[in-house]
Design a protein around this ligand. Sequence first.
Ligand SMILES: Cc1cc2nc3c(=O)[nH]c(=O)nc-3n(C[C@H](O)[C@H](O)[C@H](O)COP(=O)(O)O)c2cc1C
Length: 216
Amino acid sequence: MTRLLHIQCSPRLRRSASLEIARSFIQRYQQQVPDTQVSTLDLWSLELPELDQTAMDAKYARLGGQPLNAGEQSAWDRLQELAAPLHQADLLVLSVPLWNFSIPYKLKHFIDLVSHQGILFSFDPEHGLQGLLREKTAVVSYARGLDFSAQSNTPAQAFDFQKPYIEAWLNFIGIADQHSLVVEKTILGPDIDQASRQATARQAHGLAEQLAARRP
Ligand SMILES: Cc1cc2nc3c(=O)[nH]c(=O)nc-3n(C[C@H](O)[C@H](O)[C@H](O)COP(=O)(O)O)c2cc1C
């Protein structure tokens, strides 16, 4: 069985390109691996707590080896609870829009809530930093409104703070096996948008078949 977790990061449920591509991947993967168990984390319907003073005190008390008081423990438990689905999944699928050349604030909020020592990574002087989500695969569906090719006005090398950031974060938390699906030009007119979605959906189908085929 594959436990697939889809982390939805676009609030645009009806026309989201990142969601459409992620769904194309998931549907084809499910066809290939029928006992796939899919769960969804919609960051826009989830109540994300503030990373407030109490949560900070909990984090730094733990780093300093100090006991947590009841309020700090409860704040820390909530962060662990938010991260639990990531630990439980074998295959993470993220659908990520590009907002202002980076990621939507809800996703950054989620990342800040769950990326802590003892939750998604460990540290000790002998081994240094180690991500705790090893042995997992991530598929990320990135959607962008403009053209990010090298000859465009917004070449990825200078303007893309979405994909490099997500790749670095996934690596940091231990996921080296990453695959990306990029849908661009979604705001350059309906024809261009449609062609772009269709081309990336075909790639999503191919990737789903490839990942399904390599299962033991
Ligand atoms: C708040 C906001 C900021 C955006 N900023 C950019 C941007 O910097 N560059 C770009 O190419 N597209 C930008 N767009 C367009 C989106 O990347 C595009 O509509 C994409 O399809 C969004 O993904 P989604 O369809 O999955 O929601 C922005 C859209 C929104 C709503």
